[in-house]
Design a protein around this ligand. Sequence first.
Ligand code: CO
Length: 479
Amino acid sequence: MVTATSTYSTADWQLGYRSLTCEQEYWIPEIEGRIPTGLRGTLFRNGPGKLEIGSQRYGHPFDGDGMVCAITFVNGKVHFRNRFVRTCEFEAEEKAGRVLYRGVFGTQKPGGWWANFLDLRFKNPANTNVIYQGDKLLALWEASAPYRLNPATLATEGVETFAGALSPGQPFTAHPRRDPKTGDLMAFGVRAALNSQLFFYRLDAQGRLTERRNYTLPGFAFLHDFAWTPNYRIFFQNPMAFNPLPFVLGWQPAGTCLTLKQREPTRVWLFPNSGEPMQLATEPGFVFHFVNGYEVGEQLIVDAVLYEEYPALEPDADYLQIDFTQVPAGKLWRFYLDPKAGSVKRERLLDRSVEFPAVHPAHMGGCHRYIYMGATHAPGPNAPLQAILKLDTATGRTQQYSFAPRGFVGEPVFVPYPDSAAEEEGWIVTVVFDAASRCSQVVILEAQDLAAGPVARIPLRHHIPYGLHGSFTPQVWVE
Ligand code: CO
């Protein structure tokens, strides 16, 4: 039931978290609207496709097995394909028909604490992002090395070590950022511990690892994303406390052992391209995703989705029974960093629960005016993402298109018009779960006029479980 105070029904929302076990490929026979002329390429998406093994449901969807979808736009037609990422752990568990590994976020092996006692191995679900660089399609999960897939068939080819530069278990972020001038992909990895190891990587346009640097960060560092500018890499080290005992002793999954230290500042790290890192401080809070960062003279502006309270995971909670109004909401904030003065100022840009922010990729690391993101249907209490929202940071004006009450949106991906860097010249492509048909749709909106609604809705034969991240490449592998 949709009540007067909510824009959705929980039962509808829950339908988007069913596994999709079958792998398929087909041309989509009927499209509502028209595929824009000029939209040609492949949208790759990643997310948990399978949410249980045998009769055991994973404790958290982020532990679900990575399933990559390729949605190809070519000659006004659309082709769909999906495949699971066959990591070593996925293959072993498929064979055994039961959970063999602990998941980072909420999954324990069956058998109680004794079965999990001192077992610190995790499964790499390869479920967080997928990106095409050089001729490599990489499925990413931040605590381990990427898995390489065949971009045409999505078949898993193996762990990508970049000619031996990475060890197979080496952490590699799910959020690399591409320098629009060189095409290089900037990435990092973090091995969190009492003192944390931070690794910087750069992949060139051919997908070769051309740079690797190491740093030690004092304290526990949970870094999901970063901001990149031509002269800096910027990290927010949120004041997280990790109590390893319940995890090591097998009582709780690792993700439930994290808390935010409300009295300690967030450390803002600025790593210049050469020279020593600088450390600034701001109020406590948690950032999963940065929008973008850019330099203004000697200062930096960084936009991010900030959680003033950490959305903690309860060890025995059922994620399908989540009460959204009780979960901390991510809001859009702007941070002004002044390395010379050693100061950070911040302001909230928008009083709305949002996630999955995006900008025109040609503006990565440079000034952006417009931000596109998933948002709740309306301001007010936290709720699932049902709308695509655009903010003009120059005027503060917003525009949105909402799929409420029965639609639930995923990450918006900005696809520029061919050869255009103008900031509003592009399409927003997203996957929407439609509870009425119990299926997902690929939806295309004009970035210039979101409120006009979709220019095309592409209904799939099935649903795609709520996904995480993805990316677009103008290349196509089906004709
Ligand atoms: Co992310």
